[in-house]
Unconditional design. Structure first.
Length: 110
């Protein structure tokens, strides 16, 4: 689980991304919960980095669940055109953990 700080700057976001990927490898995790409940505003770099991190986690065999998105963040993300693709979301961390623990990961084969 990764908790984003309330006002993440670009350097913090980039460092967190690397820590997530390192932890995926070291702990052989099946997924990541990104808790953004304390984040009140987003910019395009934050949104893009979160989406890219989720894609990287998927490439490493894991799932990402974004938890705790505040309404203002959802509005802004929509306005800047953020597409979460296959990234799962949950209202809070507890629900995110339930998703990771109970729902089998579906894979699409080409």
């Amino acid at each position: 689980m990764v908790t984003m700080p309330p006002e993440p700057d670009d350097a913090t976001i980039t460092a967190l991304q690397q820590k997530v990927l390192d932890a995926m490898q070291q702990k052989e995790s099946k997924g990541v919960v990104l808790d953004i409940s304390s984040v009140e505003t987003v910019d395009s770099f934050f949104a893009r980095t979160v989406a890219e991190t989720a894609q990287m986690v998927e490439l490493m065999g894991g799932r990402t669940v974004i938890a705790g998105m505040q309404p203002a963040v959802a509005v802004t993300a929509t306005q800047i055109g953020l597409s979460l693709g296959k990234i799962e979301t949950a209202l809070n961390v507890e629900r995110a953990l339930e998703l990771l623990n109970n729902k089998p990961r579906s894979r699409t084969r080409a």
